[in-house]
Design a protein around this ligand. Structure first.
Ligand code: IDP
Ligand code: MG
Length: 150
């Protein structure tokens, strides 16, 4: 089982899409093992987006993600990182495939609704930035055998 970090970005919260976005992952069968609404402090955003420091869009990105509340979550499931990335769609919503979150809800690359970790290492790193270990809960769901098998 893998875990991955997702963020429903400020535009997702402002547009009332929290439930629809999280609901897609639930419907897929991924398990929510951590979830909170927060306003991201600047320092945390800089840590989270450190790989983009120095890029032309970096200041705008950090400014945007800290501008309004987000919902941060941890999803668990088989190949959760790549499954989540696939459901998000490519970075630019203009070209993201219909049926993906970005393809269905967005038009602007800076307003692409959702963040998801891009690998297992970044998932571990990003989960550690946003969640203390006691904020993540392992539990069984009665339905799991009907989703991921025995
Ligand atoms: P990802 O979110 O698909 O992993 P990254 O390359 O990690 O894409 O970029 C992080 C975020 O920065 C993107 O989701 C997007 O909101 C923003 N971003 C990426 N490239 C650009 C750009 O060229 N212009 C403006 N914003 C960008
Ligand atoms: Mg990324």
């Amino acid at each position: 089982m893998e875990r991955t970090l997702i963020i429903v970005k400020p535009e997702g919260v402002q547009r009332g899409l929290i439930g629809q976005v999280i609901g897609r992952f639930e419907a897929k069968g991924l398990k929510v093992v951590g979830l909170k609404l927060m306003r991201i402090p600047r320092e945390t955003a800089e840590k989270h987006y450190a790989e983009h420091a120095g890029k032309p869009f970096y200041d705008g990105l950090v400014g945007h993600i800290t501008s309004s509340p987000v919902v941060v979550g941890v999803l668990e499931g088989p190949e959760a990182v790549s499954v989540t990335r696939g459901m998000m769609g490519v970075t630019n919503p203009k070209t993201a495939a219909p049926g993906t979150i970005r393809g269905d809800y967005g038009l602007d690359i800076g307003l692409n609704i959702i963040h998801g970790s891009d690998g297992q290492e970044s998932a571990q790193r990003e989960i550690g930035i946003f969640f203390a270990s006691d904020e993540l809960v392992s539990y069984e769901r009665a339905n799991d055998t009907w989703v991921v098998g025995a």
